[in-house]
Design a protein around this ligand. Structure first.
Ligand SMILES: [Zn+2]
Length: 129
């Protein structure tokens, strides 16, 4: 499959991916460190504060796992770049709009498929009438 993007567009998207990846790695490292510190702090805290401390820790962990998921998306995008399948929707196979790739270079789906994906994911599991 021939990629519809030009070499210079790919270079610029790739450098965006690399920058974001470095940023995420730093955030993940910092987040993990803070979660570790929170755990240490929790050990010396009063009983009443314990629940609050663990809520805070959960929030930090949620933040870290979001970053990890995004970093994983970027790794997959870099992999697709290497294979020449980058820039195509994983579901319908159509090229993903350049402005979408610029806004979110790790995008796996075209705008249309992403919207449908989110609708289906967020929809309550009810019977189809
Ligand atoms: Zn699509």
């Amino acid at each position: 499959m021939k990629n519809a993007l030009t070499d210079s567009q790919i270079r610029s998207l790739k450098s965006g991916l690399d920058r974001r990846y470095e940023q995420l790695r730093a955030e993940i490292e910092e987040g993990l460190q803070r979660a570790g510190e929170a755990r240490l702090a929790e050990e010396v805290r009063d009983l009443e504060d314990e629940a609050f401390a663990s809520v805070l820790e959960d929030l930090r962990i949620a933040e870290v796992s979001r970053d990890v998921a995004e970093a994983r998306d970027i790794e997959l995008a870099v992999d697709r770049l290497a294979k020449g399948t980058y820039g195509y929707c994983a579901e319908c196979g159509q090229p993903i709009a350049l402005e979408r790739l610029r806004a979110y270079p790790a995008a796996r789906r075209c705008h249309h498929c992403q919207e449908r994906y989110e609708r289906e994911r967020d929809a309550p599991r009810s019977s189809t009438l």
